[in-house]
Write a protein that binds this ligand. Structure first.
Ligand code: SF4
Length: 232
């Protein structure tokens, strides 16, 4: 038992939990992260087979691939933000944009939650695979306020001369940007599935795209920041 704990400690990636999306149950590093191991222990109290979490991580990889394909099918180039014009904003204003997005997304998700649950239940009753719109819904739901929290943290060390603070800002901005990209891709899945919500989805996509551009402008080094574990 002691030996197995030592092995776990040897395997830990230092600082991996600092710039992740905190979605431990879907994280491929759950067994190499101190926070993840604690979470795993907590979850295993309810789960009889710990391997179920490996399965969930595999499912997530497949889902992300599926979501990316859907985005491509719609012919939307999410990497090209050149068409979006932005007026330079202060850190406070950008943080507000991020929090406003979270609130708007939260309200909208509450409006469609019943419909998503109802449709998902029907699929489960027919013993079919969990639909991709349910996965997309969960992704948006997970990140709705996470983006604002990480945006706020990024601006704590904004333009700092201190190397640690600057790195922390870039790392926080990077995970906020990743969460934005994952959310954008998830909205495209919903857009494809529920065209009746086109106006709402386009509005939320616009908010996210603007925020993304502001973050890329404020933190030009964020994308090249190397997150422990994930980018190595
Ligand atoms: S690195 Fe993975 S396991 Fe660790 S806190 Fe982040 S999401 Fe959870």
């Amino acid at each position: 038992m002691e030996k197995s704990k030592d092995n776990q400690t040897d395997n830990i990636i230092s600082g991996v939990h600092n710039y992740c999306d905190r979605w431990c149950e879907r994280c491929r590093f759950i067994k190499r992260c101190t926070v993840g191991l604690a979470e795993l222990e907590r979850m295993s109290e309810d789960k009889s087979d710990i391997e179920i979490w490996d399965e969930i991580a595999t499912n997530l990889t497949n889902t992300i691939k599926l979501i990316s394909e859907k985005a491509a099918e719609l012919g939307i180039d999410l990497t090209n933000l050149d068409d979006i014009e932005i007026v330079k904003k202060s850190p406070n204003e950008i943080e507000k944009l991020a929090m406003d997005y979270g609130t708007a997304a939260h309200h909208w998700m509450n409006n469609i939650r019943e419909k998503i649950d109802e449709l998902t239940q029907k699929v489960i009753e027919q013993e079919l695979a969990i639909p991709d719109f349910k996965e997309a819904f969960d992704v948006i739901n997970w990140f709705e306020f996470f983006i604002g929290v990480k945006t706020r943290r990024a601006f704590q060390g904004y333009q700092s001369e201190n190397e640690f603070e600057k790195n922390d800002s870039d790392g926080s901005a990077k995970i906020a940007l990743i969460a934005i990209d994952n959310s954008i891709e998830a909205y495209l899945v919903l857009y494809h599935q529920f065209p009746e919500y086109e106006d709402d989805i386009l509005g939320l996509l616009k908010q996210l795209s603007k925020l993304k551009k502001h973050l890329l402008t404020a933190f030009p080094d964020a994308i090249s920041f190397i997150r422990p574990g994930f980018d190595e």
